[in-house]
Design a protein around this ligand. Structure first.
Ligand SMILES: *[C@@H]1O[C@H](CO)[C@@H](O)[C@H](O)[C@H]1NC(C)=O
Length: 450
């Protein structure tokens, strides 16, 4: 996975070069590379990469020094050297084959290393895993393409290196081993079977010891976090990796919670959504069969009945759906949730939501479930059941970042249906950026220890 470790560094360098006084050339380079498919084009690509791997300083002195380098001809063997591009800028060349641009590559989430977690027991700390299921949707189908859509939206996350400014953490260069696990197989012909497959796949990824536990101790935070012999949040004190699931329609959260509770016992849920999703099957979908009773509007009802959710320490935020009647809210409370409607943001603000969420979940293990339809359709049109009157990406990201200190043991982002997105991919990008905040929170929190 040389590709994934070198790309962000070199691209960070590209960005820094752009800050220098002289005319920056990387984008011209890349256009040129696009046009040419010959060997020279590859060398040019490597040249851009190599030159800026070494560009750590973005002060003027650093820029001047690079521009002062002697212009030499490209080495025919591609080894480290210096050559001059058509703007007169000198560019070092490194003997390295990389996919050099964030729009290229293997398509993993944020260019993370790929690891088939379903076929390997190798340890990791955070794993993204796709759950391509959409046969339990009520309105627009299409979320089976969500995992790939979110990955597509995530391509640019590391363009400048991936440092999260407000949270002061870089999840891509930290104590955590973060991987893209690929997708769970979920049959599109039998939803009940697919739900079982998702539970099995999630368990397979989750039930291993996190990589961080094998580190020798000490302490620290942010990028220098090492675990001591601390007790994990898992049953029996285990430290599990954190799985971030890419939906898929929201019914995937039921089998995921079955898996999560097998590692942690019942959890609190923080649920960002415009809909309750605790509806009784009779109310939502009409309960026409056992399979029909489990759908993307009823999964929390089942989760509550199965005892997967702690009573009273779970919360919905962003609700603005119509109801069958006020009794839906009563039923919701019986399922163990507190509730804050989207419109409350006008009075209590983002901080009001942060405070409400934190005081509800306290120090319990928390599962975070984000339906992209919590955002306004102007920010996220590509979803199964859009509801106007939602939040902006800025508001949701602010609330998420405010959850520092919450014990998030796993997360999902669901209901991205790329077919309804704009050519600008705004939903897919919003989804990826939201998960960047979630991943940053997890890294900043350190391994899952008490
Ligand atoms: C949760 O607690 C409330 C209030 O005590 C109760 O009415 C409800 O039945 C409980 N729900 C579950 C799922 O235990």
């Amino acid at each position: 996975m040389r590709f994934s470790s070198t790309v962000p560094i070199s691209l960070a360098g590209l960005a820094l070069t752009s800050l220098c006084g002289a005319t920056p050339s990387p984008w011209l380079f890349q256009q040129k590379i696009f046009q040419g498919t010959n060997q020279l084009a590859h060398k040019l690509e490597q040249a851009v990469s190599g030159a800026h791997d070494h560009a750590h300083a973005h002060d003027e002195a650093g820029c001047a020094a690079r521009h002062a380098q002697p212009a030499e001809t490209l080495q025919s063997d591609g080894s480290v050297g210096v050559y001059s591009d058509w703007t007169g800028q000198s560019v070092a060349v490194e003997d390295e084959t990389t996919a050099d641009a964030v729009y290229a590559g293997f398509g993993s989430f944020a260019h993370l290393p790929m690891m088939n977690c379903l076929a390997s027991d190798a340890p990791f700390d955070i794993g993204f895993i796709g759950m391509p299921l959409d046969t339990a949707t009520s309105y627009r189908p299409g979320a089976r393409f969500g995992p790939m859509g979110i990955r597509q939206g995530s391509r640019r996350l590391r363009l400048y290196g991936g440092y999260n400014v407000p949270l002061d953490v870089n999840p891509f260069s930290s104590w955590a081993k973060i991987v893209d696990c690929g997708d769970v197989s979920a049959t599109s012909y039998d939803t009940a079977k697919a739900i079982q497959q998702i539970e099995q796949g999630h368990k397979r990824a989750l039930h291993r010891t996190a990589k961080a536990t094998s580190k020798s101790i000490v302490s620290g935070k942010g990028d220098d976090f090492y675990v001591k012999e601390a007790e994990g949040f898992g049953l029996g004190g285990r430290i599990h990796p954190r799985i971030i699931s890419l939906g898929g329609d929201h019914s995937i959260t039921l089998p995921i919670l079955r898996s999560i509770t097998s590692a942690y016992g019942p959890v609190s849920v923080i649920h960002f959504d415009s809909h309750l999703d605790t509806w009784k099957p009779r109310v939502f979908g009409g309960s026409k069969s056992e399979t029909a009773a489990v759908n993307h509007g009823t999964y929390f009802y089942h989760a509550s009945k199965e005892g997967l959710i702690r009573n009273g320490t779970s919360i919905h935020a962003g609700i603005r759906t119509t109801l069958s009647g006020p009794q839906d809210y009563e039923n919701d409370e019986e399922c163990g949730f507190k509730l804050h409607e989207a419109r409350e943001i006008d009075t209590i603000g983002t901080q009001g939501f942060i405070d409400a969420i934190k005081s509800t979940v306290k120090d319990t293990p928390v599962y975070l479930s984000i339906d992209i339809d919590v955002l306004d359709p102007s920010a996220a049109p590509a979803t199964g059941t859009p509801e106007t009157g939602g939040w902006s990406t800025r508001e949701l990201r602010t609330i998420l970042r405010g959850l520092e200190g919450v014990n998030i043991v796993g997360a999902d982002l669901v209901e991205v249906a790329p077919a309804y997105d704009t050519p600008a991919e705004i939903t897919q990008i919003a989804a990826a950026d939201i998960l960047f905040e979630v991943m940053s929170l997890m890294v900043k929190a350190g391994p899952l220890t008490k």
